[in-house]
Design a protein. Structure first.
Length: 573
């Protein structure tokens, strides 16, 4: 089976890490980072493009050298350059990159001053108070590192849902085409569309003697076979992802699918409901007091025996869904087709990879009615943020392009930095020219909850402010969420006519599902946007929609489900 884009992106990111640790040319490091970012968001399979002989050099950020490396990875599943670099850097030093806030520059300081080579040595030095003495550290940094190390030890390795999507679909396709296979389905946290997944659970139903287990352990991406049996096998893929395959008879498929989808808390609650009815509920079916199976072929049978509506997998977290199902009031969850446009994206004018025209064309092909162009403001220099004059000129360019476009409207916007004092990094006379203003935290992440909350609310006091972008500023497994009183922020947003964004970038997915539910209960509208930095990343909407569904959001809860005129009216404060 072909190498996935996620595998290629992971190799490029690891090379960038290793180069940075060695203090290599920052332009080389950035080239690999940009390539990884582009590859991760690409809608087409690079391996298929290589197989079909397509020109990779035409892709954004991909030159002759990186194109050759992609071809090598596609052909062999590995890269000689990565193997070479790995011999030059201690594996323990690379593991230190897992500690949020500890980038390659600080790693070099730790290595050069204290000869720290692994996580154990880092923790020991921090507890001895040695880190605070290093340049660029200090007491607060030392305390933060100890906190992050404590949290890191409690985590098991997990993968972003988006990182495993391609390989999961490849596995389903591969297994479904095998002779004798009747049905193959994903279960577990992948099916519930959690932000991250620890492993993949696959259920398969076959005719007698179908060679499924032999084929499964022979899947091209398998690196190691943990076990192989007649009804269950477990493998580990090249990425380190574990996959469990279970053979299930058709008569029990619905029961098994429900059981292995979870969540655990949801399943326990269903089993308790069964006991209250004198029934036994397990992965084989529902059985009466005489141990006769009375349901199990489908999930609907399982829920019907409990007097419940069938419910979408995203809801199964034991957060009131069973009570809602019993009363026939489960939400009609939003779908991607409900969205009329995207309200957060970037072009080559700031740190995007595609032009205005390319982004407009891609959005139109997706069926969008509108697309907001929201470049960064000047405070975010690393993203080539725009000055006031540059943004005004950019607005002129958008107006000119809108005169030529048919069937889609580009909205003039900005992703403006919320400065530490709560002011916006753009003068009001510029914001008045815009259709939409997104405010975002890109600095001073470590403020106290009181100061960070006050900072955001002061920003929302500006009458030109419309949407709080990626509200907590978290990066999953990379940067913790800012300390914010979300209830206070939501109440303030509602009072001021602002919205909160659900950012669909796979490492953000910010708002989280709990905060989506909080917003819904308050009547606070949410915007689902991609924060796309390329045309391909406009497809990230599906990740945001999945998160919204986990937060019980319906069409009316999401502002960009409205048509253009209604949207523009709602944005007026």
């Amino acid at each position: 089976m072909a190498v996935t884009n996620a595998e290629i992106a992971a190799i490029f990111n690891r090379i960038a890490d290793l180069l940075e640790i060695q203090d290599e040319n920052p332009f080389r490091v950035r080239a690999y980072r940009n390539a990884a970012h582009m590859v991760q968001g690409l809608s087409r399979s690079l391996a298929e493009m290589v197989e079909q002989g397509e020109t990779l050099e035409a892709l954004p950020t991909i030159g002759k050298d990186l194109a050759a490396k992609i071809r090598e990875i596609a052909a062999t599943g590995s890269l000689r350059k990565l193997k070479q670099l790995q011999t030059m850097v201690s594996p323990g030093l690379v593991d230190l990159l897992k500690v949020p806030g500890l980038g390659p520059r600080r790693l070099r300081t730790l290595r050069d001053y204290l000869n720290i080579q692994n996580i154990e040595e880092l923790e020991k030095a921090a507890r001895q108070g040695l880190l605070r003495q290093l340049p660029g550290f200090g007491v607060k940094t030392e305390q933060n590192i100890l906190r992050e190390l404590s949290e890191l030890q409690q985590r098991t390795r997990r993968f972003l849902w988006a990182e495993v999507e391609e390989i999961a679909e490849q596995l389903l396709t591969y297994l479904r085409q095998l002779p004798g296979v009747k049905r193959v389905e994903m279960a577990g946290s992948y099916r519930r569309r959690r932000e991250t997944v620890g492993d993949l659970d696959i259920l398969v139903s076959t005719s007698r003697n179908a060679p499924v287990m032999d084929a499964f352990v022979s899947f091209a991406s398998v690196e190691r076979v943990i076990s192989k049996g007649t009804t269950r096998s477990t493998v580990v893929l090249r990425t380190g992802l574990q996959v469990d395959l279970r053979m299930v008879p058709q008569v029990s498929f619905g029961a098994a699918w429900h059981y292995f989808t979870g969540s655990k808390a949801h399943n326990i609650a269903v089993r308790v409901m069964g006991v209250q009815r004198g029934l036994k509920v397990n992965e084989y079916g529902i059985f009466d007091k005489q141990d006769k199976r009375i349901a199990g072929r489908t999930e609907k049978e399982i829920y019907a025996q409990m007097g419940l509506q069938w419910m979408e997998p995203e809801l199964r977290e034991q957060r009131g869904e069973l009570e809602a199902a019993a009363q026939g009031r489960l939400p009609k969850l939003i779908t991607e087709n409900d969205l009329r446009g995207d309200l957060h994206c970037h072009t080559t004018t700031s740190d995007g990879q595609d032009s205005l025209e390319a982004m407009a064309k891609a959005a139109q092909q997706m069926g969008h009615d509108y697309l907001a162009i929201t470049e960064h403001s000047q405070h975010l220099r690393v993203a080539r943020g725009l000055s006031a004059d540059t943004l005004l000129a950019h607005c002129d360019a958008i107006d000119a392009l809108n005169e030529k476009l048919k069937g889609i409207r580009l909205l003039k916007g900005v992703e403006v930095d919320i400065l530490e004092d709560g002011s916006l990094d753009m003068p009001d006379y510029v914001l008045q020219r815009l259709d939409i203003c997104l405010g975002a935290i890109h600095s001073a992440f470590g403020l106290s909850e009181q100061k960070q909350t006050a900072r955001v609310i002061r920003a929302m006091d500006n009458p030109r402010f419309n949407v709080l972008a990626h509200p907590s500023a978290r990066l999953i497994d990379k940067r913790s969420a800012c300390r914010l009183d979300m209830e206070q922020i939501m109440d303030a947003a509602l009072a001021r006519g602002c919205c909160l964004e659900l950012n669909s970038q796979p490492r953000r997915l910010d708002l989280n599902d709990v905060h989506c539910r909080m917003a819904k209960e308050r009547g606070l509208k949410v915007v689902i946007s991609t924060d796309a930095h390329s045309a391909d990343q406009l497809g990230y909407l599906r990740y945001g929609v999945a998160q919204a569904r986990r937060g019980w959001l319906e069409k009316d809860d999401v502002l960009n489900s409205r048509r253009l005129a209604a949207l523009l009216k709602a944005l007026q404060r």
